[in-house]
Design a protein around this ligand. Structure first.
Ligand code: UT7
Length: 318
C-alpha cells in the first residue's frame, strides 16, 4: 500500500480530552514465577516488564477510559459524532464492540471497530482524522482497548509474560486556528506474508515466533516512523516526544538507537503495563499529557507495530 502523504487529507484537530484505564488486578512477575518456568530477573532483562494488569473486558475498559476523557474535555457525550475503537479482543464476534461502547457512553453518529492489533490505535487515529476532514465530523473519540491476557495459554511462558489489559482514549475536536494542529505526516503498511508469526485461531490461544516478530518490529517501526517524519518534513530531533508501541523495552531501545531518539524524549510505560496491544499508545500518550511532558504546540510521533504484520506511524502537532 502506498503511504498516505498529503496533510490536506486531514482536519486541523486538537486533543480535547484523554485518559488511560487499567483493570485493578495486578499480575507480577513474582506471581508468574509460581506457575510458569520463568523468573522475575529474566522477564525484566528481556522485556522490561515488572507487572501487568489482567482480567479486563474490552467494552468495560473502553467505557471507563472514554468516560474519563469526556469528563476531562468537559463536553456533552451526545456532541461526539463518531467513535472508532481499535481492538483485537471484541466482546463478541458481532456486533462491533464499538456499538456497545457508543451506546453506553451516550454518543451520536457512527461507530466501528478497527482490528490492526498493536498498530490499531494509530490506524484509528489516522482514519478518524481523515473522516473528520471528509465527513464534516466536528468531534470524535478514538479508543484503544484490548484484553490479550485472556488469549494467552496458561502454560505458555513466552506470551503470558508479555501481554496485559488496558484502554486509552482521546477526544479530537476540529479546530479553526491560524496555526494548523493535527496530523503532519502519516504512514501505514501491512505485510500479510508474516501473518502466522503472531496469530490466534478462533477458540485458541496466541502463537508467536518471538524472535522473528522482534526483528520485524524493529525494522518496520524504524522504516514507518522515518517515512512519517519525511512526509511531515521533519527529523527525529524535531520531535518533542516519541510514543512507540510498548511491546518490549528492548524493541523500544533498538528503535530509539537506530533513529537517534534519546530515551528522555520517549514515552515508556511498559514496566507496569506489559504489552496492552491497541491500548499501549493511548495509555502512554495519556500519561505523558497528565505529566505535562507534552503540551499544545509540541510535536509527537506515535508508531505502532503488531500482528498482521501491520504498522502505522503518525506525526501530530498538538
Ligand atoms: O506487539 C507485538 C507483539 N509481540 C512482540 O513484540 C514480541 C517480540 N519478541 C519478544 O519480545 C521476545 O522475542 C521475547 C520476550 C518473546 C523472548 O525474548 P528473547 O530474548 O527473544 O528470547 P528467546 O526466545 O531468544 O529465548 C532465549 C532463552 C531460550 O532458552 P535457551 O534456548 O537459550 O536455553 C528460551 O527458551 O530464554 C528462554 N525463555 C525463557 N526463559 C525464562 C523464553 N521465554 C522465557 C521465559 N522465562 N518467559
Amino acid at each position: 500500500m502506498q503511504p498516505l502523504n498529503h496533510t490536506s487529507l486531514y482536519a486541523s484537530t486538537s486533543i480535547a480530552g484523554w485518559s488511560a484505564f487499567l483493570p485493578p488486578n495486578v499480575l507480577t512477575n513474582t506471581e508468574l514465577e509460581k506457575r510458569l518456568d520463568t523468573n522475575d530477573e529474566w522477564i525484566r532483562e528481556r522485556t522490561g516488564i515488572r507487572e501487568r494488569r489482567v482480567g479486563g473486558k474490552t467494552s468495560d475498559m473502553a467505557v471507563e477510559a472514554g468516560r474519563r476523557a469526556i469528563t476531562l474535555a468537559g463536553i456533552e457525550p451526545s456532541k461526539i459524532n463518531m467513535l472508532v475503537l481499535a481492538t483485537t479482543t471484541p466482546d463478541h464476534i458481532m456486533p462491533s464492540t464499538a456499538s456497545i461502547v457508543h451506546h453506553r457512553l451516550g454518543l451520536s453518529g457512527a461507530s466501528f471497530d478497527i482490528n490492526a492489533v498493536c498498530a490499531g490505535f494509530v490506524h484509528a487515529y489516522i482514519v478518524t482524522n481523515s473522516m473528520m476532514s471528509t465527513m464534516g465530523i466536528d468531534t470524535a473519540i478514538v479508543i484503544g482497548s484490548d484484553c490479550l491476557s485472556s488469549l494467552t495459554g496458561n502454560d505458555d511462558r513466552t506470551t503470558t509474560i508479555l501481554f496485559g489489559d488496558g484502554a486509552g482514549a482521546v477526544i479530537l475536536n476540529k479546530v479553526t486556528k491560524k496555526t494548523y494542529s493535527g496530523i503532519l505526516g502519516a504512514d501505514m503498511g501491512t505485510d500479510g506474508s508474516g501473518y502466522d508469526l503472531l496469530f490466534c485461531p478462533h477458540q485458541g490461544t496466541i502463537e508467536m515466533d518471538g524472535q522473528e516478530v522482534f526483528r520485524r518490529a524493529v525494522r518496520a517501526t524504524v522504516a514507518s516512523a522515518t517515512r512519517a517524519l519525511e512526509l511531515a518534513g521533519m527529523k527525529a530531533g524535531d520531535i518533542s516526544l516519541f510514543i512507540p508501541h510498548q511491546a518490549n523495552y528492548r524493541i523500544i531501545q533498538a528503535v530509539c538507537e537506530r533513529m537517534g531518539i534519546a530515551e528522555d524524549h520517549t514515552a515508556i510505560t511498559i514496566e507496569t503495563t506489559g504489552n496492552t496491544s491497541a491500548a499501549s499508545i493511548p495509555i502512554a500518550l495519556s500519561v505523558a499529557l497528565d505529566e505535562g511532558r507534552v503540551t499544545t504546540g509540541d510535536t509527537i510521533l506515535m508508531s505502532g507495530f503488531g500482528a498482521g504484520m501491520s504498522w502505522s506511524s503518525v506525526v501530530v502537532r498538538l
